[in-house]
Write a protein that binds this ligand. Structure first.
Ligand code: NCD
Ligand code: ZN
Length: 362
């Protein structure tokens, strides 16, 4: 990693000279939704511009529950990559009530997938095939523990009587902490953590436990959903929480603790599906996720810790070597993100209309 304040003497008069810049090892995104078909072809190049590898979520419709489905999905992703892009998709298995230990192990040993994703049934987008009873998953989790395969969790209670802002903390307390005790060797990632409570559970169980933290949960709190009216493009799951949780997340991400790593949860939905009477959950980051993280780390005075968060901690957790190559980010204002054109519709990008203070230098 190198951190500079370059003089930039040859910058043209109409482009502001960068104030700070940082070169880090090529980063990975440990939580992405690439979808399929046309949306896959549109969003994949944007992820590949920023990240060398990504853990691809399996919540397609139908979900990716078998080795064959994971291999076929990976082939479609590789076919959708622009020429010259060297992005590596790391696949996951969607756990259901009928997942078998044999299928889990087969996919892991054949390197069809590197982890399994637990969606409590109904917890989020395309989670209705998810797990209804964690106890029945015990044989699968025991096998994962034995073979060293990580469990990625969407950690929210699905009890409809639990307040939506309490669902993550309740899942931690009622489901995840007991599961951690039952499976003491199981590697677990708490995905897209949003609460101080979740951070404490992760810290208490590191290093076999880690967590991904999204750009949006570092940048917005729950009021952003109601700023002057209803803001569907700030609605995701787990839903953003109170400001004190956001501050705790910023401290965790930028504090140098190796159990926390980058995972955008970039989740594209067409505008019409978001701006609806019952709009769906998901925030899309397009090509600006890394710039958002750089802004947060700069604001926290922790630019020197961005590289570990973005390029080392997650790789170490998953037993992978860091990427070769590097990327340079500069404090250079960039044009506001534009929606992604889908022809009949479009996908709104996080921070639409805002000038971003950080850019990727190409
Ligand atoms: C994700 C999606 O749209 O697939 N939505 C979201 O709000 N994060 C699903 C998920 O990760 O929960
Ligand atoms: Zn997700």
């Amino acid at each position: 990693m190198t951190l500079d304040s370059p003089a930039a003497p040859s910058t043209p008069a109409d482009t502001p000279s960068p104030r700070r810049q940082i070169t880090i090892r090529r980063p990975d995104d440990w939580h992405i939704h690439l979808r399929d078909g046309e949306i896959l072809r549109k969003v994949l190049p944007l992820t590949a511009m920023q990240f060398a590898r990504g853990i691809v979520m399996p919540n397609l419709s139908p979900p990716v529950t078998t080795v064959e489905a994971a291999l076929a999905y990976r082939a479609r992703i590789l076919a959708a990559l622009p020429a010259g892009a060297d992005f590596v998709p790391l696949m996951t298995c969607y756990l259901t009530d009928t997942t078998t230990p044999e299928e889990i192990e087969r996919g892991f040993s054949e390197r069809a997938w590197i982890a399994a994703k637990l969606y409590p049934a109904g917890a989020t987008t395309n989670a209705h095939h998810g797990v209804t009873d964690l106890n029945r998953l015990a044989p699968v989790l025991e096998r994962m523990e034995r073979i060293g395969m990580p469990l990625l969790t969407h950690g929210e209670s699905t009890d409809p009587t639990v307040d939506i802002f309490d669902r993550e903390a309740r899942f931690m307390e009622e489901s995840l902490v007991p599961l951690l005790a039952r499976h003491q060797g199981l590697k677990i990632v708490a995905e897209h953590v949003t609460t101080a409570e979740a951070l404490d559970v992760v810290r208490a169980h590191a290093p076999r436990m880690g967590a991904t933290i999204t750009p949006h949960h570092l940048m917005i709190n729950r009021s952003a959903m109601f700023q002057g009216g209803l803001r569907p493009h700030h609605y995701c799951l787990p839903v953003a929480k109170r400001e004190h949780h956001r501050l705790a997340l910023r401290k965790a991400a930028t504090g140098g603790e190796t159990c926390f790593f980058l995972g955008t949860d970039t989740a594209p939905h067409p505008r019409r599906a978001k701006e609806a009477a019952c709009g769906c959950a998901g925030i899309f980051h397009g090509a600006i996720a890394l710039q958002c993280y750089a802004q947060v780390f700069a604001e926290e005075g922790a630019l020197d810790r961005l590289e570990a968060f973005a390029a080392f901690n997650g790789a170490r957790f998953h037993g992978l070597a860091p990427n070769e190559g590097s990327v340079t980010l500069a404090e250079l204002p960039a044009d506001p993100p534009q929606p992604l054109d889908l022809g009949e519709d479009e996908i709104v990008v996080f921070r639409e209309g805002e000038t971003l203070p950080w850019s990727i230098l190409r």
